[in-house]
Design a protein around this ligand. Structure first.
Ligand SMILES: [Zn+2]
Length: 131
């Protein structure tokens, strides 16, 4: 009786079998990569929407709601390994998650080739070098 297993395969068929398995693994990996890219894209889109909402709320002095939106956006970014969009990167406090608007709740100063951003809510300073 023929039992399908590794022992009954000839050398050629064994090689073919191993190659097929390797191809399968590679395909699975590439599929995973494609899926991850798709997820990251969706996450980026959602973060952008949330941050623009936060911007609007902060401009109309609803700072608590803006903070909530920023918190959600940061959470999404952490889950899907996506950094904050460049447009809003300097407007978010990483400690208390408040949306920073210069003149309202943040102080921006240029000092020694660095932008120093002071969050008036929690007092955290962020330093960003510029050319
Ligand atoms: Zn802060």
């Amino acid at each position: 009786m023929f039992v399908f297993g590794m022992k009954n395969l000839s050398n050629y068929r064994l090689k073919k079998f191993k190659l097929q398995r390797l191809v399968d693994i590679c395909m699975r990996k590439s599929m995973w990569r494609v899926k991850r890219k798709k997820w990251a894209e969706i996450a980026r889109e959602r973060m952008l929407i949330l941050l623009s909402l936060a911007h609007d709320e902060a401009l109309s002095h609803n700072f608590e709601r803006a903070r909530r939106y920023v918190f959600l956006a940061r959470k999404i970014g952490m889950k899907y390994n996506v950094s904050l969009p460049r447009k809003f990167k300097r407007n978010v406090c990483k400690k208390c998650c408040s949306f920073l608007i210069p003149g309202y709740n943040a102080v921006y100063r240029l000092k020694r080739k660095k932008i120093t951003i002071l969050c008036k809510n929690c007092g955290r300073r962020m330093r960003v070098p510029y050319k």
